[in-house]
Ligand binder design. Structure first.
Ligand code: CLF
Ligand code: SF4
Length: 290
């Protein structure tokens, strides 16, 4: 596990890990269409709610199209200098798509100075972490919404793992076990880790401190508690308001540092957090909401 000093050096410039987000930006590449689970708050028609604002359709890119896009953005005198991170965050789960690895390899070859960042639901993390590490992944986000499978069963409709379809507590159990196991191994390898937790009022409120404690102990660096965007099976649940969100973050900040500038970016966002830009024919013309 990395020391606090190593960690501080590693996050320099990463806008989602405490690097100056007014100065440093990220570019997401929407190359990962498939997902291996079904979160109750996801419509699957749009971006992954792990890291994106649902309701805005992305244009999928092939790895080749993605690297062309990166070259174009990095050549822009306005946007190029602010991009410090290349992230893959959907629209499905990056680890369920081989294109994720192909794309990172292409980016690494052309732009070795850019940080590679990925957000996953964690189902395939234990079996993918060595490959990600060897590829040079800098930072990892795992979305963890529950510690107890009984609660997870209220959030995840199904889990498809190694060709088998699991539902209810059984599915949640597999997912949650893999999330923590993958996170632990990522921390042992020295990756910089953030945990996203979608706050689903009335469902996982009491899980948040349990998640915070467990991931801190396993080596996560920061936690990002995000508000539920009510839709799909969880459309009937009211989103937590700003005040409630602030309370929950405050209640957990003594356990693990809290990231509070998240804008639930699209899977194809480019630029500073919350101030996305359009470059060429990018599908990121619609700015993210604050
Ligand atoms: Fe992208 Fe996510 Fe990497 Fe950041 S976003 S993959 S860690 S480079 Fe950042 Fe956007 Fe919030 Fe994500 S503001 S949704 S936390
Ligand atoms: Fe949707 Fe992401 Fe959940 Fe998959 S992991 S169901 S894409 S929110």
């Amino acid at each position: 596990m990395a020391s606090a000093c190593d960690m501080k050096n590693r996050i320099q410039g990463h806008p989602c890990f405490g690097g100056n987000h007014h100065k440093n930006g990220r570019m997401h590449l929407a190359v990962a269409p498939q997902c291996n689970i079904k979160c109750g708050y996801c419509t699957r028609k749009h971006d992954c709610a792990n890291e994106s604002r649902p309701g805005v359709t992305s244009r999928l890119l092939t790895p080749q199209e993605a690297i062309v896009k990166v070259r174009e953005v990095m050549a822009s005198p306005v946007v190029g200098p602010i991009i410090k991170v290349i992230g893959i965050a959907g629209p499905g789960d990056p680890l369920a798509n081989e294109q994720t690895f192909e794309t990172f390899e292409l980016v690494k070859k052309d732009f070795p100075h850019l940080m590679l960042c990925m957000s996953t639901n964690g189902l395939l993390l234990p079996e993918s972490i060595d490959r990600l590490y060897e590829m040079g992944l800098h930072s990892l986000t795992v979305t963890i919404n529950a510690v107890d499978p009984e609660v997870g069963a209220q959030i995840y409709r199904h889990v498809i793992y190694h060709g088998h379809h699991y539902t209810g507590v059984e599915g949640a159990q597999i997912l949650i076990a893999n999330q923590f196991e993958g996170l632990k191994r990522a921390a042992e390898l020295g990756l910089t880790i953030k945990v996203n937790t979608v706050l689903v009022p009335g469902v996982n409120d009491d899980q948040v401190p349990l998640i915070a404690e467990r991931v801190k102990k396993l080596g996560a660096f920061v936690m990002n508690i995000m508000p539920l965007i009510p839709q799909a099976e969880l459309a009937h649940i009211e989103a937590p308001d700003e005040q409630r969100l602030a309370e929950v973050r405050k209640a957990n900040e003594a356990i693990i540092g809290q990231f509070s500038h998240c804008k639930q970016c699209r899977a194809d966002a480019i630029g500073l957090i919350g101030q996305d830009v359009t470059v060429g024919e990018s599908a990121c013309a619609v700015p993210t909401q604050g």
